[in-house]
Structures are given as C-alpha cells and as structure tokens.
Design a binder for this molecule. Structure first.
Ligand code: GDP
Ligand code: IMO
Ligand code: MG
Length: 425
C-alpha cells in the first residue's frame, strides 16, 4: 500500500502529525515539494519536533527518508535539522536520500525574496522569505540554477556561482538599490555544504522504483496546502510549487497510478498565514478564540494565523483536483466550547449561488459565504480514544462535512500528540 498525504487548505493542517502516524506502516517517507517554507510538527509524548525540510518520517529511527527532486533544498536549514536530530540521538546516516536533481536555495534567493516583498509594499504576498519563489523561478528559467549534483564538482560550482552572482548583483543593485553579495562567501559556504551533504545525494527516482519493485511501502509527504498550489490555488497568493496532490509525480518521479490512497488533511476549521482572500475568515473574537485554543501561530515564521470557519466549498474543490480518497480531520478538540459552528456549503457570486470554488483571487475576494449552522459541543475531546466516545454533535459536524465534500473522514485529531488521533471506520 502506497499513500500520499496532502494538505487540502492553506497549509498547516497537521500533515506532519498524520505522516508520523502513517509512517508506522510504511518503509519510506518521501518529501516531494516545497522547501523550508514548510513547518511540520510531530509530537511524541513530551517530545516535540518542528521539521522544515526533513521528511517527518525522520523521527522514527528505522525509517528511510527521501527528499525528492521537486523540493527546493535549503542546505543551511537542512544541516541545522540534521544536527538537531543528531543531538537527540537520531541519526540519518544510511537512511536518508536526497535527489541529485533537487534545486538548491542559496543566500541570494532569500535576499531576492525579501527585496521583491519590500518592492511590493502593501501589496506584498506575505511569503516566508525562505527564498522559495526565486529558487523555483531559477529552476524554471534554467540559466542560473544550482542543483544538488553540482556539489559533486566544486571547481565547476565555483565558476557557476561567479556567473550567477554577477548577474544577480546587477539586478539587485539596479532594481532594489541593494548591497551586492559576494560569490566567494557563498562558495565558501557551499564547500561546507558539499562536505556535509555529498553522502546523501543520489538518484532518488532509481531508489524509489527499486523500492517499489522490492515491495517497499511508500508514504509521500506533501507540503503546504492545495489552495496554495501555483496553478490551482488562489494565485498570486500561493507558493511557487504544485502544492496539491498533483505535485507528487513530478516531485519524485513516481506516477500517481502507483499511489493506492491519497489522504487529504484538513483542520476542523480553516487557517491561512500571509496575504490573500479567505472567504470564511473570522476577523473577530471567535477567530481569536480559535487562534488561542488551537495555538495558531506559524511553525516557520511564528506569525499569527488567520482563522475562520470550515470552508467545504474550498475542500470539495481540492479533493476533486487532487483525486483525494479520504480525509484526516485534525483539531476537532479546538472547536469544543462553541454554542454554534458554521460550515460554508456554497458561495454566492454576484447573487448567484455556486458550489464550485473560484480560485481567481479577485473573484474569490468578492464571494459571499452560505453557511450551514451546526450545534457545538462543550466536552473536552483531548482524552477521547475511540470514535464512539465523541459527542453526538461532533459526529454530526463531521457527517455534515462528509456530505458536502463527498468522501469519508477516516481519522480525527483530538490533540497535537501522535496518540491523539482516532480512526473512524
Ligand atoms: P503541517 O504544516 O500541516 O505539518 O502542520 P503544522 O505542524 O504547521 O501545524 C499544525 C499544528 O497543529 C501543530 O502545532 C500541531 O502540533 C497541531 N495539531 C495537529 N493536530 C492537532 C489536533 O488534532 N489538535 C490540536 N489541538 N493540535 C493539533
Ligand atoms: P506547511 O507545509 C502555511 C504560505 C506563506 C505565504 C505563501 C507564499 O507547513 O503547511 P512562500 O514562502 O512559499 O513563497 O510563501 O505561502 N506558505 C505556507 N503557509 N503552511 C506552509 O507550509 C506554507 N508554506 C508557504 O505564508 O502566504
Ligand atoms: Mg506547517
């Protein structure tokens, strides 16, 4: 059985937790998109891990981990994570494989991310400033790209960096009035990266296909959420990769026909970090209560997350475009204590009701939400260990969402820990 876990909202749905749980019945965990803009939390007992590049399977000492070609790889952050795990007695030696085709995020990408956001002023996208957009742009543009395989030949990398940095400096100084950056400094850092990373760099497509032939069970770990997908999300307020389930195959070289199940992760409500339309947003006391109860502050940037009601129109759309089979619904515990809960079941666009999500940011900004109001529950769910123990109103809330999105919820989150997820038949 090969599974793929993807976010169905605007990221931070709880993918790290779900991947960690499903990893128990897998042999290899594969990150295939995004970069250090991601922040995936895994909590086992009292131990907390916040991973940005490292697949969430890394916390299990016997798990093989792959970083696919679709990831934009930040060596500095990765090496920090490697050390952080090693300090906690978790070694990745011999079980971590990084694609030679993955593109490398370097300092000039982060600088460019910042310059571009500054230039946009009040229209900024609210990126994580992790260099994601500029690195993917260099990948698509080809002329100024650095890939993991380049760490194998330092002489050639030196030449390449001189050429790239000279071009970048012309752009930075002319367009952004910024200080030039030093190719020599970046090359010095790259020498260190090469020494630390070369043992892990390989042809991961070959590794994965050999694994498939040997009957290995693969678990694909999506990053971000489908509404942040570069093609199908709320453009331009998106990330620069195919963050929906559609990004899996190009991001690692395994066709989706080899995936038995796509599991979509959602929160029982909605959140978003950064700018962009958010139809069900609660810019009020209810939103604040959700933020505080759910600890809704970014794992990567610490920014407060915007909170809102569950948007079933959006999730029905991301289920459809991703071919998602099942839903894992996290944070049901966070919704305890509200008299009423709302689920957005349709939008009104110019007075006309629609259930199809308009991903265009301008159109989405003008929709009016049509809500179904459900009674809430007051019971604390954090100790619930079986689906039957959930209050009737919580079960009804889940059933109402299943009815709209048309696929079953098969896992329910009742707290942040590995142990706080219950299966639903
Ligand atoms: P990811 O990016 O999708 O992996 O999600 P993040 O780790 O960025 O954010 C999800 C947050 O919700 C983390 O702080 C998790 O520890 C937490 N979390 C996950 N599932 C649950 C749940 O069922 N209940 C509660 N209260 N917290 C959860
Ligand atoms: P995980 O994997 C939530 C958001 C940023 C910003 C937009 C573009 O933890 O779910 P970028 O730096 O990618 O150019 O920023 O995308 N964003 C995320 N929001 N979770 C994430 O990842 C995100 N990765 C990017 O906040 O709005
Ligand atoms: Mg996150």
């Amino acid at each position: 059985m090969n599974c793929c876990v993807v976010g169905l909202q605007w990221g931070d749905e709880g993918k790290g937790k779900v991947v960690d749980i499903l990893a128990e019945n897998s042999d290899v965990v594969v990150r295939y998109a995004g970069g250090a803009n991601a922040g995936h939390t895994v909590i086992i007992g009292d131990e907390k891990f916040a991973l940005h590049i490292m697949p969430s399977g890394a916390v299990r000492k016997d798990m093989n981990c792959v970083i696919g070609n679709g990831v934009v790889f930040d060596p500095e952050i990765f090496i920090g994570e490697l050390k952080g795990l090693s300090d906690r007695d978790i070694s990745l030696e011999g079980r971590l494989f990084i694609s030679e085709n993955a593109h490398v995020v370097l300092d000039y990408h982060k600088a460019e991310d910042q310059h571009r956001e500054n230039a946009l002023g009040k229209n900024k996208l609210g990126t994580t400033i992790r260099g994601i957009g500029p690195c993917y742009a260099d990948k698509i543009g080809r002329s100024f790209a650095v890939r993991m395989a380049d760490f194998r030949d330092l002489d050639q990398l030196k030449e390449k960096l001189e050429r790239i940095v000279s071009y970048k400096n012309k752009v930075f100084t002319a367009l952004y009035d910024a200080e030039p950056i030093s190719a020599a400094d970046i090359f010095e850092k790259c020498k260190g990266y090469a020494a630390a990373l070369t043992p892990y760099i390989t042809n991961t497509t070959k590794y994965l296909h050999e694994g498939i032939e040997a009957g290995k069970r693969l678990l694909f770990e999506g990053a971000q959420g489908a509404l942040l997908d570069i093609d199908h999300g709320t453009f331009p307020f998106v990330t620069s990769s195919n963050a929906s389930a559609l990004g899996m195959s190009p991001g690692c070289g395994v066709p989706s026909s080899m995936v038995d199940k796509f599991i979509g992760v959602v929160k029982a409500y909605s959140t978003r970090v950064g700018a962009g339309p958010f139809p069900t947003e609660l810019d009020n006391e209810i939103g604040e209560t959700i933020r505080e109860k759910g600890h809704e502050y970014g794992t990567t940037t610490g920014r407060p997350r915007r909170c809102g009601w569950f948007d079933a129109v959006a999730v029905r759309y991301t289920v459809a475009i991703g071919g998602v089979n099942e839903i894992a619904m996290m944070h049901m515990d966070t919704l305890a204590g509200f008299d009423e809960l709302k689920i957005c079941k349709a939008y009104k666009v110019n007075g006309v009701e629609t259930t199809f999500f308009p991903s265009d940011a301008v159109e989405l900004s003008s929709v009016e939400c049509v809500y179904e109001t459900m009674p809430g529950w007051s019971e604390d769910l954090r100790g619930v260990t079986a689906y039957d123990q959930l209050p009737e109103n919580a079960k009804n809330y889940i059933a109402a969402i299943e009815k709209i999105v048309k696929i079953p919820v098969t896992m329910v989150g009742v707290g942040p820990k590995r142990s706080q997820a219950i299966p639903k038949g």
